[in-house]
Design a protein around this ligand. Structure first.
Ligand code: AMP
Length: 390
């Protein structure tokens, strides 16, 4: 017999935001674009708010509002037209989130966003709650820098606490004497001093928590970076089963601890010593989850729609092993990539984000391949990406 899953507490009908309603997204990049595609497929309307025009999200949304995040009146007017607000970009000023209070539900909440949007607060939350992280210290003055470097011991990585992603605002230090110059380069702002650990693998667990408190997580995915930017994701991660189980358990516990509603990505380090450490949190869909669009029963974007609308979560089962390769602006250096050559691989899906300016390092799109094995999927997606330059 086929039975629907039962939810723990249930969500009352009054709390459900049903298809036909309008969802609001702060931010307008590719994550919002894919969220919008998933939402529209389910019959929702979507409005997007950001300072930009003709954006990846705006191109597919019902309405694109262009205003700075500091324009609180514009934000309030945006909020009055939608049934719920979510994020595709977490570096929204907290005043902007507060401006929505009392007008419309914000999911994930401003409090969860506040914790996860800044490295310093995020690390403090993780260590206070006993989640495993690399040894770290915070420093805002030269004296704290010296004390932190001495207590952690080189090699270390200095990271600016705020607004860092894709390796921006980071310096690796091999000797204590190099720390001050790196700190100066980071603008003498508040930093995190992290032990540099030797990595066996980097994995991520993308998990959602519904309005009823039910959590559903995907199996861990494995991520490879190039120049600090995600290059390749493979799924499922080929790590020992106890590590995969533990990563899923930690991700679930983090969502519970944050009383989270929506989708969250937990990035982990697996060290060469076999330790599993939380690197960082992303309070939104994540680049490593793009392959769920083509390779899972429910994509991370549909899951976000379900979670913020009070609907039951969908299955996180993978349909087939998969691999995703990012397409950065560098691929355009010799002109338009050869799209037909990549599409000659029948198991490859092409995703482009509608960006017209292909700058080096800019995420322009991605390819996903599904296959019988992870290795096969990886080989296909890499070959298809190479073919773009043929
Ligand atoms: P992050 O922006 O903190 O995710 O860092 C970007 C990448 O730098 C990570 O995905 C790792 O590959 C590497 N990295 C960052 N911090 C450390 C660390 N403490 N030890 C080793 N590698 C690191």
């Amino acid at each position: 017999m086929i039975t629907p899953s039962s939810s723990r507490t249930g969500v009352s009908n009054a709390q459900i935001i049903a298809p036909g309603a309008t969802l609001g997204v702060l931010g307008s990049g590719q994550l919002g674009r894919m969220f919008t595609i998933a939402a529209r497929r389910m019959g929702y309307r979507v409005h997007t708010f950001s300072p930009d025009q003709d954006t990846p999200t705006g191109q597919v949304a019902d309405r694109e509002v262009t205003a700075p995040y500091e324009d609180l009146d514009a934000l309030r007017a945006f909020a009055r037209d939608v049934s719920v607000v979510t994020f595709e970009f977490e570096n929204v000023p907290s005043e902007a989130v507060h401006a929505l209070d009392g007008i419309v539900p914000v999911r994930p909440s401003g409090a969860a966003l506040y914790t996860a949007q800044q490295r310093g607060r995020e690390k403090a939350f993780l260590s206070e709650r006993g989640f495993p992280t690399v040894p770290f210290a915070r420093a805002a003055t030269r004296a704290e820098l010296e004390a932190g470097v001495a207590s952690i011991g080189t090699p270390i990585v200095l990271k600016s606490v705020a607004f860092g992603y894709d390796g921006k605002g980071q310096h690796k230090i091999m000797r204590p004497g190099e720390a001050e110059r790196a700190w100066n380069a980071l603008g003498k702002n508040e930093i995190l001093i992290e032990k540099f650990v030797s990595l066996q693998a980097e994995i991520s667990v993308i998990a959602a928590r519904g309005l009823d408190g039910v959590v559903a997580e995907y199996p861990p995915f494995e991520n490879r970076h190039s120049n600090h930017i995600l290059d390749l994701t493979t799924a499922p991660a080929l790590v020992p089963a106890p590590i995969a189980a533990r990563a899923r358990e930690i991700a679930r516990a983090i969502l519970e601890a944050l009383d989270y509603v929506g989708i969250l990505c937990v990035e982990f380090f697996v060290t060469t010593d076999g330790d599993l450490l939380v690197n960082e949190l992303a309070p939104r869909p994540h680049n490593s989850g793009h392959l769920t669009f083509d390779a899972a029963v429910t994509s991370q974007f549909e899951q976000q729609v379900r979670a913020i609308c009070g609907l039951p979560l969908g299955s996180t089962e993978l349909l087939r092993p998969a691999a995703m390769a990012n397409l950065l602006g560098d691929l355009w250096s010799e002109g338009e990539p050869n799209w037909a050559a990549a599409c000659r691989y029948p198991d490859v899906k092409l995703h482009l984000y509608g960006k017209t300016q292909p700058r080096p390092g800019r995420k322009m799109g991605h390819l996903t391949a599904t296959a019988r094995t992870v290795q096969e999927a990886q080989d296909i997606v890499v070959a298809a990406r190479d073919a773009l330059l043929s």
